[in-house]
Ligand binder design. Structure first.
Ligand SMILES: [Zn+2]
Length: 47
């Protein structure tokens, strides 16, 4: 399981369709809207 950095939801990485590569790391999202939020301001969600 991986964590959606935007809302904190646990996601099965094998089933996740919403993902994005940021600075060499792949992030998974529960929905397109969380992915969109991450795209707008990745720094806010990456520690
Ligand atoms: Zn989410």
């Amino acid at each position: 399981m991986v964590k959606d950095p935007v809302c904190g939801m646990e996601i099965d990485a094998k089933k996740a369709k919403n993902k994005m590569n940021y600075k060499g790391k792949v992030y998974h999202f529960c929905s397109p809207s969380c992915r969109w939020a991450f795209e707008q301001n990745p720094q806010q969600f990456v520690k």
